[in-house]
Design a protein around this ligand. Structure first.
Ligand SMILES: C[S@@+](CC[C@H](N)C(=O)[O-])C[C@H]1O[C@@H](n2cnc3c(N)ncnc32)[C@H](O)[C@@H]1O
Length: 367
């Protein structure tokens, strides 16, 4: 069995359990370690667990690591180092990520202490893109240690929390971090993308991220972009609704569509499908799906299904997403025919009754 520590938004803890149970019949929840961190068990090996999260997808989990050792509460750097060492190989660079449960004193010496011991034993520590990650979660009862890689952990960021610097030319909005994070988490390669369309572009964060890659961006929004973004050489601003752009410029062609429009799921997916003819074969798309306050899981599933022109490559609630999730899509070669209306299947075999009632077929609304 694989024991693992997972992280999600505290408000969506139950929903994350629901998703794990739906995705993996061998999943079993063990203990809540903190507001946003849980301990669970599965028969899947760590790589298969990560693959299941990506493919199903399990949307609301942000980070996880497979536990290799459980140390007593208050374990120090030497104890963590000794636990991690048998799982490491000197040929592979390594980084150390430590986190502490709410209310526990933060031990600022733990990460440097473990890193220093690893360096003394000949490991390349904390190089960019370290191949192995020593993950430590100090909970009230014990210290959980795991050794894995970024693929298995779903992200190379500690707890799945990227902290991007606001420095640099023209910080536009927090929204720009959402696209940076999506590119990281989904491994989006912007090379080879020449023309992109940004739906709901104002004030211009996503447009800036793309334009800085040298991509020609058509930015559409009834609201204005920040002047420094509108002035960028490779940005064309269209002050209109995305729906109206379709009528005004039907011959445009793009390799990438990004959509952060403040619209409900139905309207937003309808606009995405409207842009399908304007996208080149194999084009990629990133969109946020805004979740209403009292959303149910089946609304998310039916929202995903309602995208006729796109295959789902990934879906995740990112660290920078608040009441929304982010989808990574690829344009289908042909639009799918609409499915006949039927009861939404949420695959709730083996679910606890409580979670199934809250999130499953019965359609009760979740958090
Ligand atoms: C969250 S903001 C986008 C932030 C942007 N991604 C950034 O990085 O700065 C949502 C935007 O969607 C725009 N919007 C809402 N409905 C729209 C529509 N039908 N067509 C185009 N834009 C729309 C709003 O005007 C608003 O500026």
């Amino acid at each position: 069995m694989t024991r693992f520590v997972f992280t999600c938004q505290a408000a969506h803890f139950d929903l994350t359990l629901f998703e794990f149970q739906r995705a993996d019949g061998t999943f079993s929840f063990l203990q809540r370690l903190s507001e946003d961190v849980g301990l669970a068990e599965t028969a899947l090996a760590p790589a298969a667990l990560a693959e299941t999260v990506r493919k199903t997808p399990v949307i609301f989990v942000r980070h996880l690591f497979a536990v290799t050792d459980v140390l007593p509460r208050g374990a120090d750097a030497q104890a963590v180092f000794a636990a991690a060492l048998p799982h490491l190989s000197e040929e592979l660079s390594v980084s150390v990520q430590t986190r502490f449960a709410d209310g526990l004193p933060f031990d600022a010496g733990l990460t440097p202490g473990v890193s220093q011991r690893l360096a003394e034993h000949g490991f390349a520590v904390d190089v960019a893109g370290s191949r192995r990650i020593v993950s430590v979660f100090a909970a009230a009862d014990a210290v959980y240690v795991g050794v894995g890689d970024a693929e298995e952990n779903l992200t190379h960021r500690s707890g799945g929390e990227p902290h991007y610097a606001r420095a640099g030319f023209g910080f536009v909005s927090r929204a720009e971090f959402k696209l940076r994070e999506a590119a990281e988490v989904f491994g989006i390669d912007f090379a080879g993308i020449h023309a992109a369309v940004d739906l709901g572009a104002a004030p211009g964060g996503w447009t800036k991220v793309l334009a800085e890659q040298g991509i020609a961006v058509t930015a559409i929004d009834p609201s204005r972009l920040k002047p420094q973004i509108e002035r960028m050489e490779n940005v064309t601003y269209r002050q209109m609704r995305a729906e109206d752009f379709l009528k005004a410029f039907p011959d445009s062609r793009f390799d990438l569509a990004v959509n952060d429009m403040k619209l409900d799921v139905r309207q937003s997916t309808r606009v995405m499908d409207g842009f399908w003819p304007l996208l080149n074969a194999g084009a990629l798309a990133v969109m946020t799906m805004k979740l209403p306050k009292d959303f149910s899981y089946r609304e998310i599933l039916s929202g995903l299904r309602s995208l006729s022109g796109y295959a789902l490559l990934g879906a995740r609630q990112l660290f920078h997403n608040r009441s929304e999730i982010t989808l990574f899509l690829r344009r289908r070669d042909e639009m799918r025919k609409p499915e006949p209306k039927r009861g939404e299947k949420t695959g709730q075999g083996g679910l606890s009754k409580k979670l199934a009632k809250k999130y499953g077929n019965k359609g009760k609304r979740g958090s």
